[in-house]
Write a protein that binds this ligand. Structure first.
Ligand SMILES: CC(=O)SCCNC(=O)CCNC(=O)[C@H](O)C(C)(C)COP(=O)(O)OP(=O)(O)OC[C@H]1O[C@@H](n2cnc3c(N)ncnc32)[C@H](O)[C@@H]1OP(=O)(O)O
Length: 472
């Protein structure tokens, strides 16, 4: 925990890492609070019809222990990878916590992923189990024959589907479970990279990944926990941002987390969630803040009680920062990860984060490796060659732009482009599809036949600047 020192220099000098010798994320975010304050609310689910639900730490601890016992009874062992393909909600939080208590490894997967992205990650991680809903079940059913390690599919639905165990059945048994006595270095969480250099890799984190995030989290949320604090993020908890900058640290500090149904981001709905659920702290990526700007005079339209906003994933920019200060009365705390290395420090020691300077595309706060998109594009029957780059965009920082060489005889046109976009959305991911496609006769190649993305990036940046200059 951060010492409460308001002066940065003193705080910096006083700070020491204090990581306990034994630490289990699941115990820290549930059982520890259930013992101290069982009736305290830890999760609240927003429902558009006003029928919100809440869960206490005592219920959370009991259900996650029962889930851990249920997984163990079905042969899931410490060290096994257990995928979670669920929207924000009680089930996702319970599944995470149970997996940590069991000493297994949580593998969060985004709902936006298409079948190829899911198949790749599930196979590569040799996942033994997956916890999902009907939407995810259908995607997994299409690839299940190729997943020889997958022994268990847990379904968070009221219905029975073939080859699955219902979530509520799994937790209906034994509620006592002795959590694994883990060290901070025992594996807990596997998050896939975005594939900067080649295919995405499963980055394995020990239980210390949570304590490692706490000081930065507290710092950006002005010494959270404060009375009345309540956290919400529109980001899927499957991303490192949603999980490690919102869900888990808040639960650790006894701050209730608001969950909301997965849907395309709607600025008015976002304000309503923050109003109705009395959200005090939010993790809102820059793109979502820019989308919120479309709502005029938000504080006159919505009763907002925000105290802090953290933002990450892409550069926030001065305009959005100033807008949030004026329109929401909040100075957004921007933070960056260490791979986002295009950062400049001025004479006074202030850092300016300019975004990335490599092939990775930064769109809507997602880091997108071009390789996977290109692989997916060339799998399309009409595509001979393809290259993906980021095109600057005022709302989403960048959008994915694909340069595509079609096979001989295929007509270039909006119909073909729409078909290619759908192909990538369904196979790879809904957030990685090329919003813009340009058909070209050839691509610039090195002598060894690799696409020179740098040239295409420069071209697309120049086009972007020209269109801004022309006012389009
Ligand atoms: C340490 C760190 O990692 S820090 C930051 C990490 N990054 C993040 O957490 C990602 C942050 N970004 C986001 O959460 C989102 O992009 C937002 C909130 C900014 C914007 O959300 P959206 O506008 O809905 O777009 P998003 O990029 O998520 O979705 C891509 C597509 O999937 C579709 N989609 C999204 N959710 C759904 C859904 N539930 N059902 C159907 N379609 C959906 C969208 O329609 C969109 O396509 P479109 O723009 O052509 O309509």
């Amino acid at each position: 925990m951060l010492p409460r020192i308001e002066n940065y220099e003193d705080l910096y000098c006083e700070f020491r890492w204090r990581i306990p010798q034994r630490f289990n994320i699941g115990v820290a975010v549930s059982d520890a609070w259930a013992a101290r304050d069982p009736g305290r609310v830890c999760l609240e689910h927003f429902s558009p019809d006003g029928a919100h639900l809440s869960l206490t730490y005592a219920e959370f601890a009991a259900r996650s222990s029962a889930f851990a016992a249920g997984l163990a009874a079905r042969g899931i062992r410490p060290g096994d990878r257990v995928a979670i393909l669920l929207p924000q909600g009680f089930e996702a939080a319970i599944a995470h916590t149970a997996i940590y208590k069991l000493g297994a490894i949580a593998l969060p997967l985004a709902l936006l992923f298409g079948v190829e992205a899911l198949a790749y990650r599930l196979r590569d991680a040799e996942a033994a189990a997956i916890v999902t809903n009907r939407f995810g079940y259908e995607r997994v059913a299409a690839i299940r024959d190729d997943l020889s390690d997958l022994r268990l599919v847990v379904l968070a639905e009221a219905e029975e589907l073939p080859g699955t165990v219902r979530f509520d059945r799994l937790i209906s048994g034994e509620e006592r479970f002795t959590a694994a006595d883990t060290t901070p270095d025992d594996p807990a969480l596997m998050i896939y990279t975005s594939g900067t250099t080649g295919p995405p890799k499963g980055a394995l984190h020990g239980h210390r990944v949570l304590p490692g995030h706490l000081p930065g989290f507290q710092f950006h949320h002005h010494f959270l926990p404060q009375p009345g604090d309540r956290m919400w993020t529109p980001a899927d908890w499957a991303w490192a941002g949603g999980l490690l900058n919102a869900l888990l640290p808040s639960l650790f500090f006894g701050v209730p987390v608001v969950s909301s149904p997965a849907q395309k981001f709607d600025p008015h709905m976002a304000f309503r969630i923050m109003q109705d659920m009395d959200v005090r702290n939010a993790f809102i990526p820059p793109t979502a803040l820019r989308l919120l700007r479309s709502v005029e005079r938000p504080r006159e339209r919505y009763r907002l009680n925000l105290r802090t906003i953290g933002s990450a994933g892409e550069a926030l920019g001065r305009e959005t920062y100033e807008w949030a200060k004026a329109a929401l009365g909040i100075e957004v705390s921007e933070f960056y990860g260490q791979t986002e290395c295009n950062i400049v420090m001025d004479d006074e020691g202030y850092f300016t984060f300019f975004g990335r300077d490599d092939d990775v595309i930064t769109s809507s706060g997602y880091r997108i490796g071009p390789g996977e998109i290109e692989d997916c594009l060339v799998g399309h029957p009409d595509v001979q060659m393809a290259a993906a780059v980021g095109r600057p965009d005022p709302i989403r920082t960048e959008i994915v732009k694909a340069y595509v060489v079609l096979r001989p005889g295929v007509a270039a046109g909006e119909g073909t482009a729409a078909d290619i976009r759908e192909w990538v959305k369904n196979r790879l991911s809904m957030h990685e599809y090329p919003r813009e496609i340009e058909f070209v006769d050839s691509l610039p190649l090195t002598t060894s036949g690799k696409v020179i993305r740098q040239l295409l990036r420069e071209r697309t940046v120049a086009e972007g600047m020209a269109s801004v200059a022309m006012g389009s």
